[in-house]
Ligand binder design. Structure first.
Ligand code: AMP
Length: 131
């Protein structure tokens, strides 16, 4: 069965898209730990990130770098933090999180409450900044 993220790539489930190329897709996390929390995924479904072929993984990181550069332009932050867990969704993904301090990347606490309108506006600004 297709993962929820494959359904997002296929357009069967809505998302707030940030960027896309032939191989990769980036969209806002629906339950952000900090403003601008974005997920980067390979379009080809694979569960565990370290099962990804080396060359694909390299290109995925280069794509994530371009997304992070867009986040740096749009969201005031000291830098963009990166995390990989994959305990909830079995489709490899990189969390890219704009941070001011270490606790901005805390996954165990309350998630932010962000309206669909705010997410849509943020995604639009990130898409415009993505090069
Ligand atoms: P994990 O698999 O533990 O790395 O976490 C999965 C992440 O995917 C969580 O941060 C969720 O909030 C996020 N997530 C799950 N479903 C969606 C969705 N439909 N759209 C955007 N983000 C999602």
């Amino acid at each position: 069965m297709a993962s929820i993220f494959s359904k997002i790539v296929a357009g069967e489930i809505p998302c707030h898209k940030v960027a896309e190329d032939e191989e990769f897709f980036a969209f806002l996390d629906i339950n952000p730990v900090s403003a601008g929390h974005t997920l980067v995924i390979p379009k080809t479904e694979i569960d565990y990130i370290f099962d990804i072929d080396d060359s694909v993984l390299g290109r995925m990181m280069a794509f994530a770098k371009r997304v992070a550069q867009a986040q740096e332009k749009v969201i005031p932050c000291k830098r963009v933090g990166l995390a990989v867990m994959g305990l909830e969704v079995p489709h490899a993904h990189i969390h890219l999180i704009p941070i001011q301090k270490e606790s901005d990347m805390y996954f165990g606490g309350e998630k932010m409450q962000v309206s669909q309108e705010e997410l849509a506006d943020l995604a639009m600004r990130l898409r415009a900044a993505f090069k």
